[in-house]
Write a protein that binds this ligand. Structure first.
Ligand code: SF4
Length: 296
């Protein structure tokens, strides 16, 4: 049984130290700890993150005040990422609306954003995202299968992929940059030609501008144990196949990744979709913008 508790955080906006080649993030923000989507492959369960029970949710109730305080003092305008250690639109967001309110603060201070989610709840903030998109806004949906039944076993707490594609269509129709993160593509479960073709076709129909792929999954102490436990429950015999192929490896690439990548490249070329997303280049904030925020 998972719990929801309220905590106070010391800081809210972290600098992304390494250049982020996927999303161009300059800052990262986690308004919650833990994630209700409970994906069986989630890397956030790795021991190195020291989250005791990942199903228990902690809400950083002072996060909005911290954000309001720190944003005007940032000298560099760069993309703020939502969704690295949890999903910013997991069910608890319905009640707390931490993500929605953080977006409103960001809109007032003219910062760009990238949202990574598996939920159509993001549509609730469509107007704010649209406002932010005058600077830069992108919403990426993680989708690794088009099969809702398979997704139910892999991501039991998240909305179905079909709901994510519908949300993508709404965002694209509203002129928001949107696309797919096709990661992780799980070995022996999702690494087939039909799945790749279907994801690209559905993304194309839904107005995706990009699909960022990763042909495999990463597993390490903590995340591997949980994943194997769930494989035993939901896909009997598969754990043994993983152990045979990968042992204790961190990077578990799908065995046929070169063939799948070739098919993927063919498909996105046909669909006119890119495998990278256009990102916001960080810039110094002008005095004008800074003053405007001071006198707001
Ligand atoms: S939505 Fe993301 S953070 Fe949440 S459980 Fe799934 S993979 Fe982990």
């Amino acid at each position: 049984m998972s719990t929801i508790t309220e905590i106070t955080a010391k800081t809210i906006l972290n600098h992304v130290k390494q250049p982020d080649t996927w999303f161009g993030l300059k800052y990262n923000m986690n308004l919650y700890r833990g994630c209700q989507h409970q994906c069986i492959y989630c890397d956030s369960r790795s021991e190195c993150y020291r989250i005791e029970d990942f199903a228990d949710i902690q809400v950083k109730v002072n996060a909005l005040a911290l954000l309001e305080d720190v944003l005007p003092r940032k000298r560099i305008r760069g993309t703020i990422g939502f969704g690295s250690m949890n999903d910013p639109y997991m069910p608890v967001e319905r009640e707390y609306r931490m993500t929605g309110q953080a977006l409103e603060i960001i809109a007032r201070h003219d910062f760009p954003i990238h949202i990574l989610t598996k939920s159509d709840l993001v549509l609730r903030d469509l107007d704010t995202i649209k406002e932010i998109s005058r600077v830069y806004a992108a919403v990426s949906f993680t989708i690794t299968t088009t099969n809702d039944d398979l997704a139910e076993k892999l991501e039991p707490g998240a909305p179905r992929p079909s709901a994510r594609f519908e949300a993508m269509r709404c965002l694209a129709d509203a002129g928001i940059l949107t696309g797919v993160t096709m990661m992780p593509l799980l070995p022996f479960l999702e690494d087939n030609e039909e799945n790749i073709r279907q994801i690209v076709t559905r993304a194309e129909e839904s107005g995706a501008s990009y699909i960022i792929p990763a042909f495999g999954v990463t597993l390490r102490p903590g995340s591997r144990d949980y994943y194997y436990q769930k494989l035993d429950q939901r896909f009997p015999g598969l754990k043994e196949k993983y152990i045979h192929h990968y042992g204790d490896q961190y990077q578990c690439s799908v065995p046929n990744w070169q063939d799948l990548n070739r098919i993927f490249q063919e498909e996105i070329t046909r669909a006119g979709i890119r495998s990278k997303m256009p990102v916001f280049i960080p810039e110094k904030r002008s005095g004008k913008t800074h003053q405007m925020t001071l006198f707001d």
